[in-house]
Design a protein around this ligand. Structure first.
Ligand code: HEC
Ligand code: HEC
Length: 453
């Protein structure tokens, strides 16, 4: 592996701040000031116990989980194009809301101007072209008894030359992530630049809030930071993963083979829709808990200190604090409740986009993620950030719960923690170089530490 910064030296760890070595090139080193929790902030609960974090009572949480776990059939509105029958199918390890080994397919191509274009996928023997998306659905509801001769399966055409797989993500604790103030993320990006002379420069991406037309927020969900709001993401997933429309995404991806109305996008007896239940479920989950036994082992503790001293937390930020309860977010549509406000949590991520040399080249597909209406209104304003800058960037993978993920990185192509670390180039090149310069026992200590997360 070629390293861009061959003259790196070991760097000291100051008590409250990280110091980056002058590493071959770039500005002189500076301390990185991690965000400081406010004195009033309390530690957020963490566990895999299927109980609410306090946002709702446990019976409401369990009812919401039942909706998240529900297996949908054609009669429920499944498809016509879909990837799986329930949210749980892809978000389950070790319990509902966790990640899984399921990955999905995304493709696109470059236009004559060299700019990224969303995929055009012909289906129905070429009669219809699905456009405005990068997702390729792996399943379709027909042919079936009602449509024995229909053929609507999506497949990757030879013309879509930019291709990747993307792993399903963890959702446990994501209510905390949603409640982090925008300014916290902006400050973090600025700090990274300052501390590393611009070498590490997380990008914040402004994205539409689907439930608040005309409003944007700083993206923090998805491998590409394509959503700021869990309600927006739930609507997006219900349509694009399962083929089920909602008030947020009222249009089917295709009407071929579609016989049923969509019974899930009407409010239930408590006045809410499925997408509201999924969202409330995710918001009320507890953060992934650490392996306390391993965390207390001498090797993991040594690894923890080395993780800090070589600069991993420049991106894998240990601790973040949410905005105070009562703060309105998502274009004023959600007020942070006491269970999520002013909470300290440990995601080991910055929720910013970086180029660490692994980018899949796929830009955020506006029509797919925000609906066709938003696409028309906001395309011009957002095209610059989302397409020109972020195409080869990936959100720092939050490392909470990483011990429960046997496949790593966005494309699941790294199967060991060491391989995942050694794949980091680009903005992370200097930090990776320092990892390779540690004695083998130091490298192993960092890996033991990761296994405690
Ligand atoms: C076929 C598998 C699959 C199904 C079904 C599925 N998801 Fe996902 N989910 C994914 C993948 C893959 C990602 C990462 C997508 C990306 O960024 O490219 C993801 C990401 C997410 C995220 C972002 C998490 C984060 O921290 O960034 C949320 C929220 C989410 N899904 C919610 C849902 C909900 C709610 C449902 C049910 C309506 C659902 N998903 C159904 C595969 C799935
Ligand atoms: C410049 C920012 C940056 C630095 C510095 C950095 N990482 Fe990462 N890390 C990322 C990004 C971005 C990803 C996701 C890359 C992808 O999926 O293609 C990632 C992914 C990972 C993963 C895979 C996690 C998963 O769930 O798939 C591990 C493990 C990891 N990093 C560990 C480390 C360690 C250990 C260090 C220090 C030696 C480090 N990283 C330094 C940005 C960084």
């Amino acid at each position: 592996m070629a390293h861009p910064f061959p003259s790196c030296r070991p760097i000291p760890l100051a008590a409250a701040a990280l110091t980056l070595a002058a590493c071959g090139v770039g500005a002189p080193s500076q301390p990185l000031n991690p965000p400081v929790p406010s004195p009033s902030a309390a530690e957020a609960p963490s566990a895999f116990d299927d109980r609410s974090n306090g946002m709702v009572d446990d019976s409401t949480h369990q009812a919401d989980q039942t909706a998240f776990d529900e297996v949908e059939e054609i009669a429920d509105g499944l498809g016509p194009l879909y990837n799986a029958q329930s949210c749980r199918e892809c978000h389950q390890n070790p319990t509902s809301g966790g990640p899984s080994q399921i990955s999905e397919l995304r493709v696109g191509h470059l236009g004559p101007d060299g700019q990224f274009r969303d995929a055009d996928i012909p289906i129905a023997r070429g009669a219809v072209v699905i456009s405005g998306r990068t997702l390729v659905n792996d399943r379709a509801i027909c042919p079936n008894a009602a449509f024995p001769d229909s053929e609507i399966q999506e497949r990757v055409p030879d013309t879509e030359t930019i291709r990747t797989t993307r792993l399903a993500l963890n959702l446990l604790g994501d209510g905390l992530v949603e409640a982090v103030a925008e300014q916290t993320l902006i400050d973090l990006a600025r700090e990274q630049r300052r501390a590393t002379g611009g070498r590490i420069h997380g990008q914040v991406l402004r994205v539409p809030i689907v439930e608040a037309p005309g409003h944007t927020g700083i993206g923090r969900f998805g491998w590409k930071d394509q959503h700021a709001s869990l309600l927006s993401f739930s609507g997006d997933a219900y349509l694009n993963e399962m083929g089920i429309t909602s008030r947020l995404f009222p249009e089917e991806v295709t009407d071929l083979c579609n016989t049923v109305a969509e019974p899930n996008n009407t409010p239930d007896s408590t006045g809410i829709e499925d997408v509201d239940r999924f969202t409330r479920f995710v918001r009320a989950t507890k953060a992934p808990a650490r392996d306390r036994e391993l965390a207390a082992s001498p090797q993991a503790m040594r690894g923890s200190a080395l993780f800090d001293s070589i600069g991993c937390p420049l991106c894998h930020v240990r601790t973040l604090t949410t905005a105070p309860a009562g703060t309105q977010i998502n274009g004023g549509t959600f007020t942070i409740p006491p269970a999520l406000g002013d909470k300290v949590f440990h995601p080991f991520g910055d929720f910013l986009l970086h180029d660490v040399g692994t980018g899949d080249g796929i830009a955020v597909a506006m029509a797919e993620h925000y609906g066709r209406k938003v696409y028309q209104v906001l395309w011009k304003e957002l095209v610059r950030d989302s397409i020109l800058h972020a195409r080869n960037k990936v959100r720092t993978a939050p490392l909470w719960g990483v011990r429960l993920r046997p496949r790593l990185m966005h494309d699941a192509a790294s199967l060991t923690l060491r391989d995942a670390i050694l794949r980091h180039g680009g903005e992370a090149g200097a930090v990776t170089y320092r990892f390779t310069k540690l004695p083998r026992s130091g490298q192993q200590a960092i890996i033991e530490f990761l296994k405690s997360l």
